[in-house]
Ligand binder design. Sequence first.
Ligand SMILES: Nc1ncnc2c1ncn2[C@@H]1O[C@H](COP(=O)(O)OP(=O)(O)OP(=O)(O)O)[C@@H](O)[C@H]1O
Ligand SMILES: [Mg+2]
Length: 230
Amino acid sequence: MSLVNVLSARKTYPLGDTWIEALRGVDLTIAEGEFVAVWGPSGSGKSTLCHLIGVIDQPTAGRVEFDGVDVLSLSDDARSDLRNRKIGFVFQNFNLVPVLSALENVQLPLQMLGVTDSGSRKLALEMLEKVGLADHASHWPKKLSGGQRQRVAIARALINRPVVIVADEPTANLDSENAQRIIDLMRSLNREFRTSFVFSTHDERLLASVDRKVHLQDGLITEDVRVTPA
Ligand SMILES: Nc1ncnc2c1ncn2[C@@H]1O[C@H](COP(=O)(O)OP(=O)(O)OP(=O)(O)O)[C@@H](O)[C@H]1O
Ligand SMILES: [Mg+2]
């Protein structure tokens, strides 16, 4: 069943007295359990599209449906609630809270949903174990490597068991070994939980690991191919 539907989406940003068309009419459907990469050159609209799919931003024209519901028809509160419960977002620069430990960072989304401290600690520890960082639970982000920070960010994105995780260039700040590790981790979580993953990347090597590649160029999808597993 389709989870996210992007329909004729356009996004324009004001620039001085003119406009920039970041997306110029994009149609994309993401189904349950899919593992999709959005790729294309710098400025092609990858981040903009990730923000629409992750309900962080809204299109200027066209619409985005989540579970069949037009996201724009929701109140701000309902939209936040949708984000908190169903969507995980992973940023290029990790976006961890520097004064919180790895464990506390992972607990945050659960606390926002009102889960007790002891309950959220237990779940967050389990999730850190999944990403191979149980022994780093009390570390502050600045004591972790880039790859470890990104694994904490993925654990945080997964803690609410979202139906989809959107990751905007999750490997851009990592060396190729750590980048591959992050992709492998996302893949195994995709298989274990059937969480859909949509991530953007510049890196053609990473595209070898996905089921589907969506190519963006100048704000338009120029190619959308499903890759048969080897
Ligand atoms: N907040 C904004 N205000 C104005 N213009 C923006 C804004 N965000 C993006 N743009 C413009 O929209 C276009 C698409 O940007 P976007 O960030 O989606 O590209 P991208 O494919 O993610 O690029 P990169 O690979 O460099 O991250 C670019 O021309 C960019 O300059
Ligand atoms: Mg970008």
